[in-house]
Design a protein around this ligand. Structure first.
Ligand code: AMP
Length: 310
């Protein structure tokens, strides 16, 4: 299989109650690729842009795992820079600074060799650019799309043009409510499904994630971690595990989608155990499999209806 990811390739400065990291590698495409590349046969290809200040050597571990970084353009100027601060409630963060740099003029150009990618992850960029990416690829089997409040507020019409071409919309709970203008999450998911995506994944930070399909709902909890250092990138790492797993198994039947939710939760939980993409440098597929087994045990229960029903 092959997965095309288009998104930000960033430098982040992050402050959390547990420490700080200055100008470390981040961005949606990096977190996605770091997680997805841990799955055999995922065939990750990245399209993005960096400035001439970008430490590409910090991404060598991705190339070593087979990620194709040849679609990352290098332009004259400063790389996209984002700075954020988290408080004790790690679900809330303040953006301290966003400098778009070369990302301001980013026009994704999908290399010829990437156009036949079987799966596409549209990281959080302008919905017109996300549409432009879909115009450049040949009928992928699965399109997964992220977005954020900024695009929902300012570019709703573009987003509504994009939705019919998306198979899985992956958003957090506040984004789902805002997009659907609907406080009730199940109704919000149904509103989104009525506009195109067959599946909606709603992420709730440390409280887990929910998959809505036409007929059923599947819930996976957040993993109870001993320590959290930096929540940045958890959502993109979730998406990386979700698609990496589906690429590895090669099908999208309902059981596999549920398992993909658990693999996504596992990779998302590892992302927050260190700053930047650093936890993924040493993470092994075996550690992911162990965490998936922990999820299974945490959520398994037997039920004897006769206990309450006579
Ligand atoms: P997440 O924690 O999943 O929301 O992803 C955080 C990553 O998104 C960080 O590494 C940032 O570099 C990147 N980021 C922050 N703001 C933007 C933006 N406006 N466009 C694209 N990427 C962004």
């Amino acid at each position: 299989m092959s997965i095309l990811v288009v998104g930000s390739v960033a430098l982040d400065s992050v402050h959390t109650p547990f420490g700080s990291a200055e100008r470390v590698v981040g961005g949606s495409a990096n977190f996605f690729a770091a997680a997805a590349s841990l799955f055999p046969r995922s065939g990750v290809r990245v399209v993005g842009v960096v400035g001439d200040d970008y430490p590409m050597d910090r991404l060598a571990f991705l190339s070593d795992r087979g990620v194709d970084l040849s679609g990352i353009e290098r332009a004259a100027g400063e790389s996209f820079f984002w700075a954020g601060r988290y408080h004790y409630d790690l679900n809330a963060r303040d953006t301290l600074e966003t400098r778009l740099g070369v990302f301001a003029d980013f026009q994704p150009r999908i290399p010829e060799a990437f156009r036949t990618s079987e799966q596409v992850f549209l990281g959080n960029i302008h919905p017109d650019l996300q549409l432009d990416v879909l115009d450049q690829v040949d009928d992928p089997g699965l399109v997964v799309c992220d977005t954020m409040n900024f695009w929902i507020e300012g570019h709703r019409a573009s987003l509504e043009r994009l939705l019919p071409r998306v198979d899985v919309l992956m958003v957090n709970d506040s984004e789902a409510r805002q997009l659907a203008n609907e406080p009730h999450l199940l109704q919000a998911a149904r509103w989104i499904q009525a506009r195109g995506p067959r599946w909606v994944v709603i992420k709730k930070g440390e409280h887990g994630a929910v998959l809505y399909d036409e007929a059923s709902i599947f819930f996976v909890p957040g993993f109870p971690l001993e320590s959290i250092f930096d929540p940045t990138g958890a959502g993109d790492s979730f998406a990386g595990g979700f698609l990496g797993y589906l690429a590895s198994v090669g099908t999208q039947d309902p059981g596999e989608l549920r398992r993909a939710m658990v693999y996504g939760s596992a990779t998302g939980s590892f992302a927050v155990e260190d700053f930047s993409v650093d936890r993924f440098r040493s993470l092994t597929p075996l550690e992911i499999a162990d965490r998936v087994e922990d999820f299974r045990q945490m959520t398994f229960f037997e039920h004897d209806v006769s206990m309450i029903h006579g």
